[in-house]
Design a protein around this ligand. Structure first.
Ligand code: HOZ
Length: 424
């Protein structure tokens, strides 16, 4: 059965034919393809097309798809069972690895998705500080829990509903939304809500409004102002954790958040999330403390085994300089092609994350991300897809690179980007 046939069936039974909205291609037009296999840097579609993949399952596949070491780890764990509903040895090894690499995390709790991680971290921050309000930044997407679906990025932004229906006004009023990279707005936000802000949650480097970096000193300022007002600082490193450095953005920027949310890479491609941080805060979680959080499949042995194998590989290979070289190559190819064509473009890139915004305006927040020409991005997306490169089907998502892109895949992708831009 080909992609069109599968999509026709899916549309009858699954809302929009997809289990996560961005996959529906609505913002770039056309119908999504279905994937029957993935290996290395390549997706194989149900139509037997091979595509160089810069979505990398939205971040987890830093070693490429179906890496033999991760596959073997899952197979070994599978021999012993799929889920026990009790503590298992893999959970302890995973916790040790996370605490070893992420500087601010002294204790960690596993869960099943990034959404669970951020939702639980927010509840913990509220329970710990005994305050209700939170600050988030416009365009930052932290999963789909009620408090966080306010001026959200990712699919919520892509599909024009950054403020989701179904979020009660009584919940939304406790979420203060500020522009990213704006110090004065933060000062004003704290001044307007004295003693009421439980936490500030941020994608330290944003990946859900496209890829956006903080201005120099901004994260340090955020650390200082949260400490001054007794609010916790939560870094959402679901995308950036173990991707930009083993210790994530906090290692790169030398910032110590109070809590950190993780996901994606730590599951090696299986469903996972985690949140951790200061021991005195984490000890407020049940069964030690009054903040409740739980999960039938939390610490699942297959997900833990896959994640541990992926983290051990990162430890062994330390591929971050190589990944950054790949990112720079891709960025330079796009910049050169756009220059030759006389096309305004911004290509923010750090390590293996990047975005392509067709705009003359430097992109540093939600408002400037929206200056990107989304229609032109849609044409570029389809030109790349026709030639064999898959980018995220939205102008407001980050691209991801894996070690498997090294060599032929990155060279071919750069050629394709250049030709696609020339033909726009
Ligand atoms: N929330 C993801 C992008 N930021 C999309 C996940 C998916 O559609 O698989």
């Amino acid at each position: 059965m080909n992609s069109d046939q599968l999509f026709a069936r899916a549309l009858q039974l699954i809302p929009g034919g997809v289990n996560s909205p961005v996959r529906a291609f609505r913002s770039v037009g056309g119908a999504p393809f279905f994937v029957k296999a993935a290996r290395g840097a390549t997706l194989v579609t149900a139509d037997d097309r091979e595509l160089i993949d810069f979505v990398c399952t939205w971040g987890p596949a830093i070693h490429g798809h179906n890496h033999p070491r991760i596959k073997a780890a899952i197979a070994t764990a599978l021999e012993s069972g799929t889920s026990f509903g009790t503590p298992n040895p893999y959970e302890v090894e995973m916790a040790e690895l996370i605490v070893k690499f992420v500087p601010s995390i002294r204790k960690v709790r596993m869960c099943n998705s990034g959404t669970e991680a951020t939702m639980s971290a927010i509840r913990l921050a509220r329970g710990f500080t005994k305050r209700d309000k939170i600050i988030k930044f416009a365009g930052c997407y932290h999963g789909h829990s009620d408090s966080l679906l306010i001026k959200a990025g990712s699919g919520a932004l892509t599909h024009g509903n950054p403020d989701s229906a179904g979020v009660p006004a009584s919940v939304a009023q406790d979420t203060v939304v500020l522009p990213y990279n704006d110090r004065a707005a933060l000062e004003a936000g704290f001044a307007a809500n004295p003693g009421q802000i439980a936490c500030v949650i941020i994608e330290a480097y944003c990946g859900n409004v496209g890829f956006i970096m903080p201005d120099a000193g901004y994260l340090q300022f955020l650390r200082e102002i949260t400490a001054k007002h007794g609010a916790l600082l939560i870094f959402d490193e679901v995308m950036t954790g173990f991707r930009l450095a083993k210790g994530g953005v906090q290692e790169l920027e030398k910032i110590t958040p109070d809590l950190t949310c993780l996901g994606k890479i730590i599951g090696g491609g299986l469903p996972v999330g985690a949140f951790g941080g200061r021991a005195d805060i984490m000890d407020h979680l049940a069964p030690l403390g009054p903040v409740y959080q739980a999960g039938t499949l939390s610490g699942n042995p297959l997900a833990m085994a896959a994640g541990i194998a992926g983290l051990r590989l990162l430890e062994e290979l330390n591929p971050y300089a190589r990944l950054d070289a790949l990112g720079q190559k891709l960025r330079d190819a796009v910049l050169a092609a756009c220059r030759a064509k006389g096309l305004a473009v911004q290509v923010p890139q750090r390590g293996s994350m990047f975005s392509i915004f067709f705009t003359a305006t430097p992109v540093r927040d939600y408002a400037t991300a929206l200056t990107g020409d989304a229609k032109l991005f849609g044409r570029f997306f389809h030109a790349c897809l026709a030639k064999g490169v898959y980018l995220a089907p939205s102008a407001y998502e980050a691209g991801f690179i894996s070690t498997a892109h090294e060599g032929a895949a990155i060279d071919r992708a750069c050629e394709i980007f250049a030709t696609a831009i020339k033909e726009l």
